[in-house]
Write a protein that binds this ligand. Structure first.
Ligand code: ARG
Length: 474
């Protein structure tokens, strides 16, 4: 049987001394956060246990009371995990739900737990612990996405495809190089997460309501017990700072933007018109009316998730922007945005990882497209510069004329007759044809960071080494 924390009496048990009337139903509805902050139960209980242990160590709480409190908190943890805990909106939030149940379980000693503490530092520490764990999980999951991109990069270091600007064929690149571009993006997202984790690794517990406390607490001990590097240095900042959540949302928004760009490319590439990739059935859906359809729904949903994730960042920035120090109840609105973002980003990264790992690459279609649209025009211009000493601007002009001629004849640059090319510039020799192929084009782009297959292999190997090192370290 679910046990219901007692809310007996005419007013709230926690501050009943000052109040004689119960809150209005609407007040309760707008005020209660338990429907969503119950997600913080494990962090709340861990925070309370660290606090109680420290109070006992410091002689502020008797060993006996501390023992009863710790045991009661463990019971509550198992009740919540077993689904037998009755959460109550009348008790507002996770902190008061837990405390009320603790007093049901162990009696008056429960009332000593809140010594030298406030819900303000309590919620700050709970939420930080949650966001930090989530940032660490995201860091790990993005690593897996990088791994599957590296698989493609290695397998397709030499697979030519068109590189685009304005979504118009620009120059040939390799599919491996394209995958490596996303490896760079997601690696930056991970490094942003790692940076944010370093900054949020400070424990606000012990700031109490806002000004610190007169009790001889040991903040270093609670920080250590909860896995933080050190305690925060300013009590006012400790209870009013939500930068850690904002940073998480900002990183999530940038990451969602990267995911969305890749998702958009997969949507385009999986059309019959492009046909560069084939999505696995496991990540596609069919149409209820058109039997031939195979829709890249997962990619579309990943693209769409960016909307709510960006929305969450703007929502919390807006909540925080005009708040005077320190805590205001506005800050209770920090949680849902972050919870929703974490859940959806995690889902998006997992779906992207599965989709990328299971898709098949159509190298023939990529190659065909790579050669179309006069993608090797720059190679012709570069040849004119290198072999005939023409200034690039003039070479550009000559090549433009060659493109116009090929377009008129309905052929590629490589199909033009030598005599026709020589009419455009007398110094052109047969050796020009040596550079007029997509493979030669990509192989020639050996400049650092360029698309040459040798470069792609070197960069992929570099990231593999870094990933292996990372795995050894954890
Ligand atoms: N439920 C609150 C929140 O999430 C906890 C802090 C309440 N503090 C207060 N002074 N009312 O922000």
């Amino acid at each position: 049987m679910a046990r219901k924390p007692s809310t007996k009496g005419s007013s709230n048990k926690m501050w009943g001394g000052r109040f004689s009337d119960r809150p209005d139903a609407v007040m309760e509805a707008i005020n209660a956060s338990i429907s969503f902050d119950k997600k913080l139960y494990a962090q709340d209980i861990a925070g309370s246990k660290a606090h109680a242990t420290m109070l006992a160590e410091q002689g502020i709480l008797s060993k006996r009371d501390a023992k009863a409190i710790l045991k009661g908190l463990d019971t509550i943890l198992s009740e919540i995990e077993a689904g037998t805990f009755a959460f109550s909106a009348a008790l507002e939030d996770i902190h008061m739900n837990v405390e009320a149940q603790l007093s049901e379980l162990i009696g008056p000693a429960a009332g000593r737990l809140h010594t030298a503490r406030s819900r303000n530092d309590q919620v700050a520490v709970d939420f930080r612990l949650w966001v930090k764990a989530q940032a660490e999980a995201m860091h790990l999951e993005l690593g897996r996405l990088i791994d599957v991109l590296l698989d493609h990069a290695e397998a397709h270091a030499g697979t030519v495809m068109p590189g685009f600007t304005h979504l118009q064929t620009a120059q040939p690149v390799t599919f491996g190089h394209h995958c490596m571009a996303y490896v760079e993006m997601f690696a930056r997202d991970r490094s942003r997460l790692a940076d944010a984790i370093v900054r949020m690794d400070e424990c606000p517990l012990g700031a109490a309501a806002l000004a610190g406390t007169g009790f001889a607490i040991d903040r270093k001990a609670t920080a250590k017990a909860l896995g933080f590097r050190e305690p925060t240095r300013n009590s006012l900042d400790s209870v009013s700072d939500r930068d850690f959540a904002l940073e998480f949302l900002a990183v999530a928004s940038i990451c969602a933007t990267h995911l969305s760009r890749l998702a958009e490319e997969l949507v385009i590439w999986s059309t019959p018109q492009f046909n560069f990739v084939r999505m696995s059935d496991r990540f596609s859906t069919g149409s209820s009316i058109m039997p031939q359809k195979k829709n890249p729904d997962a990619a579309e949903l990943i693209r769409a998730k960016t909307g709510r994730i960006n929305g969450s960042l703007v929502a919390l920035l807006t909540v925080m922007k005009g708040l005077p120090l320190t805590y205001s109840k506005d800050m209770q609105e920090d949680k849902e945005a972050v919870f929703d973002t974490a859940e959806n980003l995690e889902l998006a990264v997992a779906a992207m990882t599965g989709m990328v790992a299971s898709m098949t690459i159509n190298a023939d279609a990529m190659k065909r497209a790579a050669g179309s649209g006069f993608s090797i025009a720059t190679d012709l211009a570069d040849w004119l510069v290198r072999e005939t000493g023409l200034p690039f601007r003039e070479a550009h002009h000559v090549t433009g004329k060659a493109v116009a001629l090929a377009e008129k004849m309905g052929c590629g640059l490589e199909d033009l007759a030598l005599e026709d090319l020589q009419k455009l510039n007398g110094k052109i020799t047969r050796s020009v044809f040596d550079v007029l192929s997509v493979e030669k084009s990509v192989a020639s782009r050996k400049s650092y960071g360029g698309t040459a297959p040798a470069n792609v292999k070197r960069q992929a190997a570099r990231w593999r080494r870094l990933r292996a090192k990372e795995r050894r370290q954890c």
